[in-house]
Design a protein around this ligand. Sequence first.
Ligand code: NAD
Ligand code: MG
Length: 392
Amino acid sequence: CPETSKRRISILGSTGSIGCNTLDVMTHLGGREAFDVPAITGMGNIELLAAQARQTGAKFAVTADPARYDDLKSALAGTGIEVGAGPSALIEAGARETDLLMAGIVGIAGLAPTLAAVAQGADIALANKECLVSAGDLFQDAIDSGGGKLLPVDSEHNAIFQVLEQDQRHAVDRIILTASGGPFRDFTRDQMAAVTPETAAAHPNWSMGLKISIDSASMFNKALEMIEARHLFGMRPDQIEVIVHPQSIIHSMVGYSDGSVLAQLGAPDMRHAIGYAIAHPRRAGLPVERLDFARLAKLEFYAPDEARFPALGLARTAMQRGGLQGAVLNGAKEIALEAFINGKLGFLQMADIVATTMDKLDDGRVAHSIEDVYAADRDARDVAASLLRQSD
Ligand code: NAD
Ligand code: MG
C-alpha cells in the first residue's frame, strides 16, 4: 500500500510499561506495514529507545534527559532518524503531525507534550492520568478545541468508556471503579506501617511501572482515578464509587437510573485497553487471554477500608474543593512517594503529607492557564518537601 495510507501513531513514554505494551499491540496489528511512527520518547533507557526507533522506523526519537542527547545521537547514527533531547524536544515530539498519540509518560512531565498533540488535533490515547488529575477542565477544554478524540487507556476508564452509552449519559446514576486492593488488602494498619518499597511494588494482578504499582498499594492510584473519572465523564464527586474486587476481572461499571449496571470484563492485561484505543471505533483481534468463567469460579467484592486507605477520602476532598486541588494532591503525592521509595518516609505517612499540603494550599485558586497548573504543582512539591524536612 502507498505510504500515506498507514496510520500514524506517536508514543510518549515508549520505553515504559504502557509504551512497551503499545508497541507490542502495534506489532500484532500489522507493525511497520500498518503504522508510521512520527515520534517516540523515553528518558534514561537509551538502548531501548534506540532499538524501538529502529524497529518502528520512527521519524523522531527524543530522550527527556538533555544530558543523554549525545548517547542517543550515536546510538542512532546512520539511521537517518532525527534525535532530540530535553523538555522542548518532548513538546516537539507531541506536536509532530500524527493521527493518534499514546500519552504514556508518568507524572505531570507528560502534560505539555500531550497538550501539544491535543492542539494539533490528534486523537489522544490517555494513559498519563496526571494530565486530567492536575489540569482537569483545562485539559478537557483543550481537547474540545483541538477537535481530536480522547480515548481513555487507564483500564477502569477504558471499561467505563466501553459501557457508557453516549445517548444515555443523562441517565447515569453512578460510576463504580474497581480496585484490586493491592498487595496489602488484608494487612492491618500496623503491618502497613512497616512495609518496604519492594513489597509495595509487587502488584498481585497487573504488571506496571514502579510508581503506579506503589500507588496501587496505597490506593493513591485509585484516588487519582476517581478525579480522572470525574473529569472524563463529567460526574459529581458523590457519583463516583470505589469497590475492592481482588480478581481484577471486572474493570469497572456504570450504574443507570433504572437500576441496571453495565460492566466490562476481561483478563488483567493492559494490551486490551491499549488495543481498544488504537482500533477505536472498531474492535481488533488482540492477543489477550480469553476468560474461562468456570475456572474463575467466583468474583469477590469488598467495601474499601478508608481508615487504612486514606487516599480515597483525600480524592473526595480534592473533588469537593475543586480548583487546583487535584494538581496539589498529585504534586504532594509525588514528593511523598519519592520519599517512601528512598526510605525516608513510612508507607502510611504518605497520606499525612498529602493531606496537610492540600489543607495548606486550599486557597480557592483555579487554573486559567497551564502555568497556573505548574505553579500549583510546584507549590505542592515545595510544601510537601518542607513538611518532610520538619519531620526528619
Ligand atoms: P513507566 O515508569 O513504566 O514508564 C514511564 C515512561 O515515561 C518511560 O518511557 C519513561 O522514560 C518516561 N518518563 C519518566 N519520567 C519522565 C519525565 N520526567 N519526562 C519525560 N518522560 C519521562 O510508567 P507506566 O507504568 O508505563 O505508566 C505511564 C502512565 O500510564 C502513568 O501515568 C500511569 O499512571 C499510567 N497507567 C499505567 C498503567 C500500566 O499498566 N503501567 C495502567 C494504567 C495507567
Ligand atoms: Mg487503572
